[in-house]
Design a protein around this ligand. Sequence first.
Ligand code: 2M8
Length: 414
Amino acid sequence: MTTTHSLGQAARQILIQNDKGCYTIPTKGLYPYQWNWDSAIAALGFAEFDITRAWIELETLFSGQWSDGMVPHILFHQPDPGYFPGPDVWGCDGPIPSSGIIQPPIAASMARRVWEKDTGAGATHLTALYPKMLAWHRWIMQWRLDRGAVCTTHPWETGRDNAPDWDKTMARMDASDVGEYTRRDTTHVNSDDRPTNFDYDRYIKLVQLGRNLHWDQAALREQSPFRVADPTMTFTTLGAARDLLAMGTELGFDTTGLTEDIKTLEAGAATLWNTDLGAFDSRDVLSGEWAGCVSSASYLCWLGGIDSDQMMDRLRNTLETVPYPVPSNDPDSDTFDARRYWRGPTWAVVNMLIGLGLEQQGHHAEATELARKTGALISEHGFAEYFDPLSGSPAGGKSFTWTAAVWLAWAGRT
Ligand code: 2M8
């Protein structure tokens, strides 16, 4: 019988095996570099048994910060031909070879939680990290707002690569001149579980555009066909702003502007409420069109400190009716696909972020129920990258860092 203790041991082993010394890869083969939000989650997992290593993870992430404050979504510490697109395709010149886009800015919120667990040198580590985290927040506020909501300029930025949220925007894009390239992801895992070639052409096309514009945000704002205000970016930025304000106040930093930013982002979050859908939704900034998607990111409102009775009703219904919640796409939607990456599967990492938000907002019963269900899913089906929400079957990469970290920091504790 697998016990909670032995699962804890297995989860630690995964973190240790995926540890490259000062950063952690998400999984061997498929993802051989340091990913931004994966790394923040890894730090939380390490904090359960090696607090110094947790800080090192975050410090390495911010060692890749660009001089303008941006923190890239991938840091290519060591070349690896097993992943495409690599540093040569992105053409960036930060301090460490990197991609030119961001990912959900959860690092500040995770740093605050690591700090809470650190009774020793935590304040010293955090004091050094704080100005860097604040600079990234300011970069987002400067370049990515639309009516106060935070926009994504590439599906990969949200971490929800092929979510149906982007379908209408992607359908309008012409990628006929993208040229020849070879995908590597489908050599590691089943292609039926991955984004389609249609989507990949557009992912690469957007990388080519950014590179041609030297990742100049003002030029991208003018010229990119992809600009979508999204719940993932908006709620994680809002949560981070609140955590930056709390940490800055406690550490004695100048927090001028953060209260204003929080108000701006709250107003932005309100612009993501799709009344017809009855949920937080993504909004194409260029066409003004709603995506019409209830995704797992819609439930990140609580992480952003925003309460919603309607989202709570939906969540309760999802917890009761979906065998392995929370699905990344509404099972009643035409676009739902139980296996294809972010078009239906359940991701333990998003569940934890929803759960932490619920807890923060005082919704203890729902937070506990979600943690319990996520724990059962992992103990029955292992530390997979993601899971079929109807059958629970594991999919994608195996021995996945963030699923192990989620077990250690949250789901295995119920
Ligand atoms: C997936 O995204 C990468 C691109 O960033 C990919 O498919 O190649 C997403 O699941 C993303 O959320 C995650 O951070 C990354 C690494 O686990 O993989």
